[in-house]
Ligand binder design. Structure first.
Ligand code: ZN
Length: 147
């Protein structure tokens, strides 16, 4: 049986491989960029409000900060207590053009010891979770040096 690949959140990213990009929105009036996307109203208090247009964000950025998740988070976070907790590395990345900081996990196998502040990373497709029918997709930030 082929499992469907479903984004864990709709319309936050698009594309495959080299074309994979995060999606934000940009205010047509003041050029402010939002991620997660803002589709309701421009949140810039100095802006009278403009049309919010979907824009792909920079593929690359630099590590602004990072940490590792070694412990299972408490409820209401959903995790199976019968499955061993897999530590993961969480990166805060300043995107190249937008200069905004976006959170994302590093791919499996990239540990906090492999990362340093200022390191160049790129956004790549990733898998958040899998069950019998569905592969839940997300984004990862991978060190460019690890290509
Ligand atoms: Zn605006």
């Amino acid at each position: 049986m082929t499992r469907t690949r479903t984004p864990v959140v709709a319309d936050w990213f698009t594309g495959e491989g080299e074309e994979f990009r995060l999606l934000g929105t940009r205010c047509a009036a003041c050029s402010a960029v939002f991620f997660p996307r803002e589709d309701g109203f421009c949140r810039n208090p100095g802006c009278g409000g403009g049309e919010l247009v979907e824009v792909p964000l920079s593929r690359r950025g630099r590590v602004w900060s990072y940490t590792d998740g070694r412990y299972r988070p408490p409820l209401p976070y959903v995790s199976d207590p019968d499955v061993a907790w897999e530590p993961y590395t969480l990166l805060a990345v300043e995107l190249e053009a937008e200069r905004m900081v976006v959170l994302g996990q590093a791919p499996p196998g990239v540990t906090a010891a492999d990362v340093e502040v200022g390191m160049e990373v790129e956004v790549v497709p990733g898998v958040l979770n899998e069950d019998a029918e569905t592969v839940w997709t997300t984004w990862h930030f991978r060190p460019v040096s690890a290509r």
